[in-house]
Design a protein. Sequence first.
Length: 247
Amino acid sequence: MQSPDQSGASSRPQRRYLRIAQALLSEIQQEGLAAGARLPSDRELATRFEASRVSVREALFALELSGAIVVRHGDGTYVADLSRGLSKRYGHEIGSTPEHVIAARLVVEPPVSRLLAASPGDLDLDEVQRDLDVATRLIDEPAQLPDFVNHSMAFHANLAAMCPNHILNHFASELVEIDRQPLWVLINQIILQDRANRVQLIEDHQRVLDAIRSDGPQMAEDAMKDHLQRNKEQLFPGQRGSDWPDF
């Protein structure tokens, strides 16, 4: 087994913790660890992953910030109750809250889809479909969840890059780029550990792409809005209407 701390020159040292965090998330899912299950100590995890204890502690810190685990100092580290969605505190440490990111995306991305649907013949939608097809093949591969998340994020990035309005292009691309920050990658992986959420995501993406390709501007805008609304409800189950924050 290759050490996460010795994975080659192409990996940035500050990203070692992310690979450990991703591996721990996969273990939590594959072993069916329930909320409250205790995780091994950082010393045991360092041995298992052939990593330094510093990298392991950084991984645990990232998982704590993303809401996957609870660290009780002097007691231990435990699997969090993910059925409640994300706590409102998560995201402040990342630079922006999930509520505000989704609210901004709901303002920007549906009009982008509308513009794209106005001239679909000018777009390379086959490239978007290829990424979507790859993600589809990974639905039933829990160990490949990081790749599934990457290809799923590429869907939004590719559409944003095709927007003919350069101002909207910039805004949409900046919002999508937030999802590529390490802690947001972990947040997406937490949500998408549930197979039903992975299936729903692919269905939503295909619906948006089909609408852009052939259903017209209004249908494309509505499809993207519906998709982002579902994404919001996955992040914050049960929070609707007045519970949702203003800008």
